[in-house]
Structure formats: C-alpha cells, structure tokens
Design a protein around this ligand. Structure first.
Ligand code: UTP
Length: 409
C-alpha cells in the first residue's frame, strides 16, 4: 500500500468522500497511516449503487423449479446415502461454515457461534454444529475438512474460542479458518461513515463473499490438493442442520446437478423465506418480498403451490463449477444500523437503521450455475435458525426444537 496523502485526497474527491479526513490532523502518525491504507483498500466504485437500488433489484422471468420431495427421497434414501458416503470416504466432500456475520439481531458482541443455548449445561451453537458434523464423520468413518469463514470483527475471538474448547472433539488438522473481505457502510446518501476518527465504518461483505475469500486466503489450494470436489456451505445459525448429509450429497450427485439446496416446505404462502425457482430459465431464488401475489398463488401441474420450497442456507456446490463462475455477483444494498461518529466526534449506536451496507449473497451464486437440485428436508428435524433472542427464529424457538429432537439442553 503506498498512496500518498495527495493521492488519497484525489480518490476521495472523485467519490465525494472528502469528509473521511475530517479528523486526520488529530491522529498520531500511525493512525494516519492506517487510515490512508484503509481508504486505499476500500472499493468506493460500488457506493453510487445506493442511488439505483430499485433498478439493481430487478428480476428476470420467474418460473417454477420442482424440488425433490420427501417421498422421492425416502424411496431413494438407501442408494443416495451409499453414493454420498462413498464420496465422503474418498475425501471428496468438504464443509464451509459461514460465520463472518455480525449477528446484530441476537444482540451479543461475541461471535454468534459462541452463544450458549444450553440450560442445565453449556451447549454452544458452534458445538451443536460440530456435533452434527461429527455424526456423519462417525457414519462414514472419515474426517471431513471444515473451512470456517470469519471476518475482521470476529476472527480472533472465534479461533480462540474453538481452540480453547479443543474444537469440541473435532480433528483440528481438518479445521481451517479464513477471513472474508470488509465493505464500507454509508449513510442514505452514500457517504461512508467513520466509526473512529481514523477508521471507516466497515462490515463483512455478505455471505456471498465466501468463495472469493477462500481463494484469496490460499485455502482453495488446500481444497484442490485434498481432492475435495463438493463444498457444503452452511450458516452458523441453524443448530439442527445436517452437514455433509450423505443422502443429500448422493442425491445431488445422482441427479447430475452442480448445486444442491436444502429446502423446507413453506409453512404459509407468505412465510418470510426465499423460494427456489427458475429465473430466465436458470436456477434462482426469489426473496419473500419479491414474491408477487400471482407467484404466491401459482399452482404446479399437481395443483400444489408452485413456489413452495424455502431455502435454509445449506447448499452443496461443485467446486469445478464455482471456479468457472466468472462474472461478479450482484450487489445487495441493505438497510442496517451502523455505529458512527456524529458531528461532535461522539460514537453513536443507532436504535434503528441509518444507512446502507453493501453485500454479496450466497443465493446469487446459484443463479450463475447451470443446474440445481432443491432437496426437501423435514423442517422440525433440520431447521432451527437463531436470528433473534425471542419470538420467531430465536434462541427460544431453537431450544424447543433441539429438545424435540432429543438434544439435552
Ligand atoms: P445473516 O444474514 O443472518 O446476517 O447471516 P448476520 O450478520 O449473521 O446477522 P444480523 O442480520 O446482523 O442479525 C446468515 C449467515 O451468513 C453469515 C452469518 O454468519 C450467518 O451464518 N454471514 C453473513 C457471513 O458469513 N458474512 C456476512 O457478511 C454476512
């Protein structure tokens, strides 16, 4: 990094971000340097997009994409499982834990995976996930490489926590960490906030950043050296999910799809989940707020709702196809609560959204791939997301589901 103060000023002028040097003269030499480096590294070309949010969100023509449903899965279970287990034993399957998020809704400053869902004993979210993965390791009799994505904001805490807990019994040689990139956060006019006098306000660049970040970290080389051909990407919040599920892996392979997506039958037509579909003939996901009444009420040839299967952020990607994926992912401009310095240089933690974050989402990767198998799972057995403290998708609802599935809390 080598931009001079003059060059930094030019860059800021070009993007209308001169205010970022407001406190420059008050900083120590070290802080000055750090700020210049951060400004140089920040992609400001994307910021203007916040003025075109509606155009960017335009969708193509949506048509249904049939899911593999429970009866078909049951009929093929034995065979799918055998195929999946063989792939796992041959070391062809890896897992990617997306744990770079801020978990702001849960309201803890710690990484979300450190949250204790236990009642009579300690049972952390990370522990639940590793236990679920370990079930498959035992079934297959082979370790599965686990790649954990963190961000600048939670990397140290995550690594320290898992190390201190001895990876909850997992083989530490099979756990790899990598950090995702950060993106600047702005006010509603696209002006980047400062979170300290010498620091731009940034946040992780969305869960879709995982593949590029895996590559930049050098870990894609490990994937290749190890002969891993499939990566099961999953979110940190769903404590019930099955990871590297042999039946799911086998079904995706047997159906010749380049990506598999675990889905649940919607609980109501207006449930707030993204549903699988085709968009301009390619696999895609339409978000609940993009689902028109017409789509919501559309029926398939059996008379069932045509857009009835919601994604749960558990995807199996074929590595070869990810590497071929050339074009960059579309940007999602999301309203968020962003801590910032006010006019007097005081840090404010807002109670309601005050600006935009710029994110890439994993669901957009699906649209760049040729074929996708939506694979139905039983909601109460595999879907217990923890987004909030109480209410829907909360610690409370997840605890009830864990108990229902025989987990001692
Ligand atoms: P969410 O979309 O729920 O975001 O993440 P979040 O940041 O964790 O939570 P809130 O909205 O602030 O409350 C879904 C999954 O994607 C990961 C999260 O860790 C979670 O597993 N994620 C999200 C990342 O890895 N990086 C990101 O930049 C965003």
């Amino acid at each position: 990094m080598s931009m001079t103060l003059e060059q930094v000023k030019e860059k800021l002028a070009k993007y209308g971000q001169e205010h970022l040097l407001k406190y420059y003269d008050e900083l120590s030499a070290e802080e000055k340097q750090a700020l210049l480096v951060q400004i140089e590294a920040t992609d400001m070309s994307v910021l203007d997009a916040c003025h075109h949010r509606e155009e960017i969100a335009q969708k193509g023509v949506i048509t249904p994409l049939a899911a593999m449903q429970l009866d078909e899965i049951e009929a093929g279970r034995e065979q799918f499982t055998a195929v999946g287990l063989e792939a796992i034993r041959e070391g062809k399957v890896g897992a990617v834990l997306l744990a770079g998020g801020m978990g702001t809704r849960l309201g803890s400053d710690d990484p979300k995976g450190m949250y204790n869902v236990g009642l009579t004993r300690k049972l952390y979210i990370f522990e639940c996930l590793i236990n679920n993965l370990t079930d498959v390791v035992k079934q297959a009799g082979a370790w599965i490489h686990l790649f954990v994505m963190t961000s600048d904001k939670n990397h140290e805490a995550t690594v320290k926590f898992l190390t201190e807990h001895d990876f909850f019994g997992y083989s530490k040689e099979h756990v790899h960490f990598f950090k995702q990139e950060m993106a600047a956060a702005t006010d509603y006019n696209g002006k980047i906030y400062l979170e300290e006098k010498g620091k731009l306000s940034t946040s992780p660049n969305g869960n879709g950043g995982w593949f590029i970040s895996l590559k930049r970290s050098g870990l894609l080389d490990v994937v290749k050296e190890e002969g891993i051909q499939w990566l099961n990407v999953f979110a940190v919040d769903n404590v019930l999910q099955r990871i590297a599920d042999p039946c799911f892996v086998g079904a995706t392979i047997q159906k010749n799809c380049v990506v598999g997506a675990k889905v649940v039958r919607k609980s109501a037509p207006d449930e707030k989940v993204g549903v699988m579909c085709l968009e301009d003939g390619r696999p895609s996901i339409v978000e609940y707020y993009e689902l028109t009444d017409e789509l919501m009420n559309a029926k398939d040839e059996n008379g069932d709702p045509a857009y009835n299967f919601g994604v749960i952020l558990n995807y199996l990607f074929r590595v070869e196809d990810l590497e071929r994926m050339m074009s960059s992912l579309p940007l999602h401009i999301v309203e968020k609560k962003i801590p910032y310095l006010d006019e007097n240089g005081q840090l404010v933690k807002p109670e309601s959204p005050n600006g935009f974050k710029f994110e890439n989402l994993v669901l957009d990767m699906i649209h760049q791939l040729d074929s996708c198998l939506p694979f139905e799972v039983v909601r109460n057995h595999e879907f217990a997301p923890i987004k909030n403290k109480t209410g829907i998708d909360s610690v409370e609802s997840a605890r009830a589901l864990l108990v229902e599935n025989g987990v001692i809390l």
